[in-house]
Design a protein around this ligand. Structure first.
Ligand code: HEC
Length: 249
């Protein structure tokens, strides 16, 4: 007699548990199947749009960061600019549009434009554009977007005689580097400019033309032939130029 209720309840409880487990398992499987279907089907219909939206957001973000960096780089206590090399390279690589904005911000007129010639020849836009691209790739990290350098480590190339004078000098040290004491804008530098690697005669002509007609400089364009002649005349050279050797003080 006493067995009946216990037998009955023993039979009833496992049955309830089994059916609950069945329902829970069914729901879990159903949710998993639905989730899989949702994930599998959704990107197939929206992936292009999603990717475009994400790319746009990323580009907008990079562009604003790049602009902020290049139009208002951090300043040192003496007012010179501080632009980390990696930042400059990354933002420029990220968006070519940055170059045109940078060019506007770099067009800071110097107090007295220097010139090497009475008969000034304005460079054509294409050469200036190419020159800006080379400048951004090979000079900007040290001489800065403004051309004013970063005293007392990197000298200014804005309105200074070496830039606006004899073109063979800068061609020489772009090719082979420059070291030794040199005084620019009253600050004496005794550092080393490394040779600029991977630039063609045309690249050097373009970048020097850009530099000689930007940052308040006003000197005539440089041609690839001029660079070619200097390169050929110093083909055997491997050591950097010394400022004394070039007559620079
Ligand atoms: C890694 C840093 C660095 C890079 C990159 C660099 N320079 Fe220089 N540049 C220097 C330093 C440092 C000096 C001074 C060398 C010395 O003390 O003798 C200098 C000197 C000069 C000078 C002569 C000094 C003056 O202010 O007139 C000119 C012109 C010049 N650089 C132009 C360029 C151009 C153009 C490029 C790009 C094609 C370039 N430099 C790339 C660091 C750099």
């Amino acid at each position: 007699m006493s067995e009946h209720p216990s037998n009955g309840s023993r039979a009833l409880l496992p049955g309830q548990v089994k059916s609950w487990l069945g329902i829970v398992a069914f729901v879990l499987v159903a949710v998993a199947v639905l989730a899989f279907a949702f994930v599998a089907i959704r990107p197939a219909t929206n992936s292009d749009r999603d990717r475009r939206t994400a790319q746009k957001a990323l580009r907008a973000d990079t562009e604003s960061k790049a602009k902020a960096l290049l139009t208002a780089p951090a300043k040192n206590a003496d007012g010179s600019y501080r632009l980390p090399v990696a930042d400059a390279m990354a933002v420029i690589a990220a968006n070519p549009k940055v170059l045109s904005d940078m060019r506007k911000s770099a067009a800071v007129p110097a107090p007295a434009p220097a010139s090497d010639s009475a008969a000034f020849v304005k460079a054509d836009d294409e050469q200036m554009k190419r020159g800006l691209a080379v400048y951004s790739r090979t000079c900007i990290a040290c001489h800065q977007p403004t051309g004013k350098g970063l005293a007392p480590v990197f000298p200014s190339i804005a309105g200074v005689p070496i830039v606006n004078g004899d073109t063979t000098l800068p061609i020489k040290f772009i090719l082979h580097g420059l070291m030794g004491p040199v005084t620019v804008d009253g600050v004496t530098y005794n550092s080393m400019m490394p040779p600029v690697a991977g630039v063609s005669d045309q690249d050097i002509a373009d970048v020097l033309t850009y530099v000689r007609q930007s940052f308040g400089n006003k000197s005539n364009p440089v041609t690839a032939d001029q660079v070619k002649a200097v390169r050929a005349a110093n083909a055997a050279r491997t050591a950097p130029w010394n400022t004394a050797e070039l007559g620079l003080k």
